[in-house]
Design a protein around this ligand. Sequence first.
Ligand code: ZN
Ligand code: ZN
Length: 135
Amino acid sequence: MSSSQCLCGLFITTIQGSFGDVRYCHCSKCRRKTGTAFTANAKVDISQWTIEGPEEHITEFEHAPGLYNAFCSRCGSPLYARSDADPSDIRIRIGGFEGDLDVSITGHVWVSFKAIWYSIEDSIPQYRQRFDDSE
Ligand SMILES: [Zn+2]
Ligand SMILES: [Zn+2]
């Protein structure tokens, strides 16, 4: 089990078990959402995920039809992403989680949209776009 809190502390997210398949996403949307070169995203079975905090402070933004990014309306931290087409999974960014994390990074995805100022220096496989499912 591992937990993360948003910057202001209103929300605590907890994941049971492993993060499983984690990707570094370089797409232009992830770069805009975070202001960073890429995001570290995990796809987690919704039964393994809990979020504690005041629901009225969760803002969901529909960035494409049926695809939502949720953030804390007080501090702006990302809380989760979800898809109407895939209600059994939740996507989370793993950067705020603490402790011994069971994480395996399976790829850099959307490398064709990578920030020009960032160079990938590791040996993790790179994919020009996604490799098996949607962002
Ligand atoms: Zn917050
Ligand atoms: Zn992305």
